[in-house]
Write a protein that binds this ligand. Structure first.
Ligand SMILES: O=C(O)CCC(=O)C(=O)O
Ligand SMILES: [Fe+2]
Length: 221
């Protein structure tokens, strides 16, 4: 697709087929609003926490979920690995933002209806290993929004954790959408760049990443 089709998103870069980076997509007002919303979600009903993996490893990232609670490796309506509380509702406005994001990346929203969000907080030492987002029963795209410190985002292929991959620097306000042939590509965050953030967004340190997903699940999961 050519830039001429997206006169408002000249900066969009297709990193791989179906994987689109749109730098600076979130306005400063939206960044501030999302930071405020994330602060409230982090308090509960399920407090933000480091996810414990089945082998006993502890993720360096802290996560809180909306709509559906993700735990390794499934979704549930209650935070069975935290405090058992029902997960906070997925707000309608966040679904609207997700549709807008898909339209910015692909030129149309494709009827996107996300029903789960993972809110990840990275301090300066946090990382996320190469993984696939594959607990969803839907091939709808994942929408990723970043606020605060910049990071190195590694976007690979669907076959395995290794090469070929593309290293992308994600900065505050950036949108990254991966769907279509890239939906089940491995990806990860090998490092965060402390002190490169966006204090005006209301985050003094660290990196916030929000991913929106369609789980394809219904009822209690
Ligand atoms: O922090 C990011 O940019 C990616 C997060 C991610 O891959 C996930 O939550 O599954
Ligand atoms: Fe992921």
């Amino acid at each position: 697709m050519t830039d001429a089709l997206f006169p408002l998103d000249r900066g969009r870069v297709e990193v791989a087929p179906g994987a689109v980076h749109v730098p600076g997509w979130l306005s400063p007002e939206r960044r501030r609003g999302l930071v405020e919303a994330c602060r409230a979600w982090a308090r509960g009903p399920v407090p933000i926490r480091h996810t414990v993996l089945p082998g006993g490893g502890v993720m360096s990232v802290r996560t809180v979920c909306l709509g559906w609670h993700w735990l390794p490796y499934r979704y549930a309506r209650t935070a069975d690995d935290v405090n058992g509380a029902p997960v906070a509702a997925f707000p309608g406005w966040l679904g609207d933002l997700g549709r807008e994001a898909v339209a910015a990346a692909y030129g149309e929203d494709g009827g996107y209806r996300p029903d789960a969000a993972l809110v990840n907080f990275y301090d300066g030492d946090a990382r996320m290993g190469m993984h696939q987002d594959r607990e969803e029963r839907s091939a709808a795209p994942v929408v990723s929004l970043s606020i605060g410190d910049g990071c190195l985002f590694r976007f690979g292929n669907a076959q395995g954790r290794g090469r070929p991959y593309t290293d992308v620097r994600l900065e505050s306000g950036d949108l990254f959408v991966f769907g279509g042939p890239s939906r089940f590509a491995y990806h990860g965050v090998p490092r965060v760049y402390p002190g490169t953030g966006d204090p005006a967004a209301g985050l003094r340190a660290g990196r916030l990443n929000i991913t929106l997903r369609e789980t394809g699940l219904s009822g209690g999961g």
